[in-house]
Every structure is written in C-alpha cells, then in structure tokens.
Design a protein around this ligand. Structure first.
Ligand code: DLL
Length: 433
C-alpha cells in the first residue's frame, strides 16, 4: 500500500469509479460531437446523441474508432481543441508510413505525468531513486512519458536517450543508477553489451525496471530479471491514449491495473465486434475520459488481452486488471490453417538457457505452401552437434504449441540484425496473391 502515488484515486471504491466514468463519458461524447466532424458524422449515421448516454453500457451505441480513421484525418483532423491550445505533439510511425499524430494540451500533459507517476510508483520508484531513461527522446511517446512521470515522483532523472549502449552501461555504473525504463528487447541487449565490456549487469546498483512498448512474455520478464538481478514490471500504453501509462502490473504481478478514471475499457471479439464475456480473451477497446486535445471514442487498439472481474486487488487498487498483452490482432499469422502469435513461440524459446535473447520467424512460400522457419540465436557459441540437438528439441516443443513442425535454425550470438526501436519478430516473405 505504500507505493500508491495517488491513494484517493487508485483506491476509489468501484461505485465511485463508475459514477466518475459516466460523468466523464457524457462530457467527452458531447465535446467530440460538437468539435470533431468525424464523430459528428459517425454519430449522426448511427442516430445517437450525447443525451443517449445514460449508463456506461450505452457506450456501445457509439461508433468505433480505428487507426485507419486517424490516418484518414491526419494530422490534425481529429483534434477537439484549437491547435493554439495544444503544447506538444507525439506520433507513432506504424507500418503504412502515415504517422498517427496526437496533440496534447497542458492538462493532457498533466494527466499523462500523473498516470506515469502512478505506474512508476507501483513499480517501486521513489524520490530517492536515480532513474535512467534509455529511450529515444523525440516524437515517440516513450521517453517523455517516463521523464514527466519520474520527475513527478521526485526521482533524479538521467535523460540518457537510446543508443550508444556502452555509454548507457557506463552511465549506470558512474551514477549508480537504481531504476531503469525501456523497451524490453533493448534492455536485454544492454545486458549483453555490459557483459561484452566486462561489466556484470547483475552487480550494478539497478534494482528495478519498468518496461513496455512491445510484448513481454513471462519468459522474457524472467530473463531480464535474472540478467540484471532486478524486479521487472510491465507497462502498457499507446500513442493514441497518451503514450506509456495506461496500465502496469503491481507487486502481485498477476495483471496490469488500467487507470479507469481516465479510460473506459471494453473487450470485444475482433470479428463480430461484440463484447466478450468476463475473463474471455478479446481486443482491448478504450475510450478516453479526460483527454482534451484528441479524445477518442471506442478506440480499437488491436491488442489482445483478457480483463479480470476482480473487484479489489490485494494491493488495494480498485482499477481493473488485464493480462499482459498477448499479441496484436494484426500480428496473428495463419499458416496451414493454424493461428499463430509470436508470443507462443517466444514462450517456448525463453525457457531454454542455451537460447539467446534474439529470435524471429521467417515466413516464405515453397511449392505453393506456406512454410515457417524460426531463427534463434544461441546464448554462446555451440558445437555443430549441440546446435542440431537444440534445433530438434525446439522443433518438438514448438510443435506442441502450434500443431505443425516448423524448421528451426540456431544461429551464433548477435547474428540477427537489430531493426529499429521495437523487436521485429515476423519477417513475411510469403508470395502474395
Ligand atoms: O509503445 C508506448 C509505450 C512506450 C508503452 C514505452 C510502454 C513503454 P506506440 O508506439 O504507439 O506506443 O505503440 C503502441 O505497442 O498498441 C501495443 O501493441 C504495443 N505495446 C505497448 N506496450 C506494450 C506492452 C508505445 N507492455 C503499441 N506489452 C500498443 C505489449 C505493448 N505490447
């Protein structure tokens, strides 16, 4: 209970959370219908007005918003506030080239800082910490979110930015950094770099870390924790909501608390678009409840998770938890009729001590049939016989989770190229129709 940043709001009784949500939802719907042509048109088509929102369930009367809607109205068409009231812009590049752009008013920045402070406190950050932020400072939301939140907690922030990995490790050693943030796969790489310059990451002063921006399987979490000898928390977020700071796991590590005073949660079947039942897997759909610059209604995140029904967590927080994001629905690949998510493969790989930190699935077409090869780095150089034995073992174990047998190639350490900020797990070279 002592790591609550905002005790009143984090432990608000459920009834009060829901009353607050309804009040904020009504206000948000009125604002977007009055100010955003896209929502005015969509609501007219569905014949719904702000007065039709009488209960939280009435959110289902409202239209969904998709990434494509944001792209079509980019860069500023979805703003609900005149641009002169906005003070910061962030964007995420995505895959199609048109960036998703979000503008923040001073109040939006204030809320974001508060939510990040809650997440960081939940992960153990205090004002006594030396907090290193190895994330690129730029239009990506990551670095600024952590920076604002850590300052709000009162920690000493080292804005180290991403890259120059040796320098990052030396800064940690020099300033005796106690808490770090980052993109999970980069933190593993920093661990390798530390070892390569003779520094054992587990002997540094770093005792906690808060990581996100990409999927963190329990195996990956354990691996980071073992490499660095630190407590690892998972933080989820997306540019469209605020950036990082939407949810984080508490010390019980059995789900991420999502800040329901600022976001209304739904979980839907991505095909039928109907709500899934309690504790059933589905796509997370979020409505912003306090955003001024770019409020969003029923935003389809594409992220697959399960919502828990539990009223109050043993940590005292009343905000509902969701399981770590299992996948993005657009990352699901279908091979020979089987649905496969990269996380299923990663869960198998990360259990093996001989397997290194980097891997990818390469898809191609052979004789008109889809084939999948899993390329995985070994932790250290292996003999040919040991590599072959490991390949056979991994093939059998992967088959037990995805039904068919993929080919597996064990590669020497550091042979898979690093590609951008987030790890790229799927290389799809299949022949397109
Ligand atoms: O990645 C915000 C962020 C920065 C979160 C740093 C946490 C830490 P975007 O670039 O807009 O924003 O990407 C958002 O990344 O829809 C998820 O698919 C994925 N993602 C983010 N956090 C997690 C996580 C940032 N903890 C997209 N687990 C989201 C799994 C995550 N996926």
């Amino acid at each position: 209970m002592d790591n609550l940043f905002n005790k009143k709001m984090e432990t608000l009784p459920r009834k009060s959370v829901e009353e607050l949500q309804l009040k904020r939802l009504k206000k948000t719907v009125k604002i977007v219908i009055d100010n955003v042509p896209f929502y005015r048109r969509k609501c007219k088509e569905l014949n719904v007005t702000a007065d039709d929102i009488k209960t939280l369930d009435d959110v289902k009367k409202l239209p969904f918003t998709t990434k494509n809607d944001l792209r079509t109205n980019a860069p500023f068409g979805m703003l609900a506030t005149p641009i002169e009231k906005c003070v910061e812009l962030h964007s995420s590049s995505g895959t199609t080239g048109i960036p998703i752009t979000v503008c923040y008013t001073p109040n939006d920045i204030g809320v974001w800082s508060e939510l990040m402070a809650r997440c960081l406190s939940m992960s153990g950050l205090t004002k006594k910490d030396i907090f290193q932020n190895p994330i690129p400072y730029g239009t990506f939301t990551g670095a600024f979110g952590f920076h604002y939140g850590a300052q709000k907690v009162g920690a000493l922030v080292i804005p180290s930015g991403m890259g120059q990995s040796e320098r990052q490790v030396k800064l940690m050693e020099y300033y005796k950094t106690t808490f770090i943030s980052g993109v999970a796969s980069y933190i593993l790489r920093l661990g390798q770099v530390a070892k390569s310059i003779g520094i054992d990451p587990s002997k540094l002063q770093v005792r906690s870390g808060l990581f996100g921006a990409e999927m963190i399987t329990s195996g990956l979490k354990q691996r980071i924790s073992d490499t660095w000898n630190m407590d690892v928390h998972d933080i989820y977020g997306l540019t469209e909501m605020c950036g990082p700071g939407v949810s984080t796991d508490c010390d019980y590590h059995d789900g991420l608390h999502l800040w329901e005073d600022h976001f209304l949660i739904e979980c839907i079947d991505p095909v039928s678009l109907e709500s899934v039942g309690p504790e059933e897997e589905g796509e997370l759909v979020l409505t912003t409840l306090t955003k001024e610059g770019m409020p969003l209604i029923r935003y389809r995140t594409r992220d697959i998770t399960k919502l828990f029904d539990q009223e109050v967590c043993d940590c005292g927080r009343t905000h509902r938890k969701h399981t770590p994001i299992k996948a993005r629905s657009d990352d699901m690949i279908i091979i020979r009729g089987t649905n496969i998510y990269p996380g299923q493969i990663e869960s198998v790989l990360m259990k093996h001590g001989d397997v290194g930190d980097n891997w990818r699935m390469v898809l191609s077409t052979e004789n008109e049939v889809d084939v999948m090869k899993v390329e995985v780095e070994s932790k250290s150089h292996l003999s040919q016989v040991d590599s072959m034995n490991l390949e056979e073992l991994l093939k059998r174990e992967i088959k037990s989770v995805i039904v068919f047998t993929p080919s597996v190639e064990v590669l020497p350490p550091n042979s898979i190229p690093e590609d951008g900020l987030k790890a790229k797990r799927i290389i799809d070279n299949r022949k397109k129709e």
